[in-house]
Design a protein around this ligand. Sequence first.
Ligand code: MN
Length: 321
Amino acid sequence: MSTPTKKIVLEEHFSTPELAQYAKDVYGTIDPDFIEYCKPRLMDFDTMRIDEMDKYGIDMCVLSMTTPGLQLAPDPAKAVKSAIEVNDLLAAQIAKHPKRLAGFAHLALQDPRAAAAELQRAVKDLGLKGALINGHTNGEYLDNEKFFPVWEKAEELGVPIYLHPADSPVEPANIVGYPEMAGPAWEWGPETAGHTLRMIYGGVFDRFPKATVILGHMGEMLPYVLWRLDSRYNMMQHRNQIKKMPSDYIRENVMITTAGSFSAAPLLCAMLALGSDRIMFSIDYPYEYTEQAVHFIENAPISELDRNKICHGNAQRLLNL
Ligand code: MN
């Protein structure tokens, strides 16, 4: 086998004792033994995490607060303060391993102006690479104009926003009674894809054309449906006037990662739909196994040129690493 490809991964999670409380609902759907496996790994920055990176040849890991974090915090002022503390803690951990760790800021979207200011501080002062947002904020989505200060700041700073899944604000009717469909198993995909489409149809990318959204999980199924989105948009009686076709925004404003999707068929679909310049290798540590992720990407039936782009080149360019 040839030398393993250099690897940068960017949907890799941590938590703090204070913010772990918000993950209880998410964990309610998952095997308790698996949660016990994940918990110490979420809280660890120095030992298990770096050991696993070394063992499987991960060169750099971009860390983010695990879902939902402060996204569901009820008190905006407290959430703003907690986000600052989390980002300071993250920056301090990265400073111990500057060649191995990087990070996305955690933002308290409950106060969009404060979130924009914190994004600026996180990027300019702490050296973080953008922000990761865990879905809706108390049922409100990022197409809402109240959140535009965050988009404006991200565009101005030239940093991406990673839109990570979270549970839907209300349990979708079609999963009631089927816990197999809850959370990451199914619910999160349509929830996050829908969130992205709201931004497209809400004109977020017409207003902020240089904004970049990163989607995990091989693009939350969107690469599969580009043609149909355009075709049905054209048939709608009532539609917002956006400047381009829906698929154009997904090709131009969205980048995707392989986090939690280690299968060649969707990877090849995504490459055909978006191009290999828009796809980045990621794991979703500790919720996925690094060994499986690395085995998948090293053996995917793609060219070495594409493998290099996906494993590190695209992330290096996007995040200025
Ligand atoms: Mn994740």
